[in-house]
Write a new protein. Structure first.
Length: 316
């Protein structure tokens, strides 16, 4: 198989192609095949960061279970990335399925898609407000978003556009400082306070479903709280930066990254303690490295478990 064909296969896997993909990755086949068999699926909508990489859109992950979608973060392009995943993988991620989102923290790259989630599905027919869960400050942010788009809202409601849903543009905000934040018949969601530099509130999230436990770090330094939340979880989705490339960064950026994020070396130690079935890296800072480089660094640092560097629109 050519390198180009492999890249296309990995970026757009289908359930029938999943086993082939696993074989070419050198992984034990149950890792990818399990997504087809499991009721709970993790969909990587965007792995990016503020860097303008057109192949990696803003950070966003969907946990799909019981025909319902639960989003974590709202990076740039989140509604269209969800639509792409819905089309490729036949999952409930159309605009009308986007009803709730869990925000990890208020950095712009994690929230710039929030107005997209509020307004675009409403324009396309979502009748109810978006449910938004996350740290203190969300309500204030949402108030300003509504004010920023007030003329658009009024025109759609009171102009000639046939808009029957008078509340679908809005958002119901659920602020928290951690702990159990959401529960329904499909899932139990806990907000995990993590250290992210000088942010007063930053969360990871733990999703417990009938068949899987998923932990998503958000932006975080190595955190004992994430180790405890995972504790043998099925999938740990964790941010990362390249330890090998870190020395090449300017000193002021080294100070920043060491305080706000997790290196491949640190992630290897964290994952060894957390013992996930699959360690899935996202929100990667490559600085010239590749997915394979990051995976190799984590293994070289002593992690013996299964590890992948995620790409946009993959499903696990």
């Amino acid at each position: 198989m050519s390198e180009q064909a492999f890249s296309l296969l990995r970026a757009r896997p289908t359930w029938g192609m999943a086993l082939v993909l696993a074989l070419f990755q050198g992984l034990p086949t149950p890792i990818v095949a399990q997504a087809a068999e499991s009721r709970t699926r993790v969909v990587i909508l965007g792995t990016g960061n503020p860097n303008s990489d057109p192949d990696r859109w803003g950070p966003a992950v969907a946990v799909v279970v019981g025909g319902q979608a639960y989003l974590v973060d709202a990076g740039a392009g989140v509604v269209r990335r969800a639509a792409a995943a819905a089309r490729i993988h036949d999952l409930p991620l159309t605009e009308l399925d986007l009803k709730r989102v869990f925000i990890t923290h208020l950095h712009s790259d994690h929230t710039i898609g929030l107005p997209d989630l509020m307004f675009s599905p409403w324009v396309l027919g979502r009748p109810e407000p978006l449910e938004v869960y996350g740290p203190p400050g969300l309500e204030r942010m949402t108030h300003h978003l509504l004010e920023a788009w007030r003329e658009d809202i009024d025109m759609r409601l009171f102009g000639l556009e046939p808009q029957p849903y008078v509340d679908g543009y809005s958002a119901v905000i659920h602020e928290s400082r951690g702990g159990l934040i959401y529960e329904d018949e499909n899932v139990r969601v806990e907000a995990i306070p993590v250290a992210h530099g000088s942010w007063p509130y930053s969360f990871g999230y733990r999703f417990q479903t009938a068949d899987r436990t998923i932990v998503i770090s958000g932006d975080a330094r190595p955190s004992p709280a994430l180790i405890e939340a995972c504790d043998g979880c099925d999938i740990l989705v964790h941010e990362v930066y390249s330890s090998a490339r870190f020395p090449s960064r300017p000193p002021e950026w080294q100070t920043y990254h060491a305080s706000f994020h997790t290196s491949t070396d640190e992630l290897a130690e964290l994952a060894t303690a957390a013992r996930p079935g699959l360690l899935l890296m996202y929100h990667q800072l490559f600085w010239g490295d590749s997915d394979e480089d990051l995976e190799g660094q984590v293994r070289a640092a002593g992690y013996a478990g299964r590890v992948l560097s995620a790409r946009d629109l993959e499903v696990y």
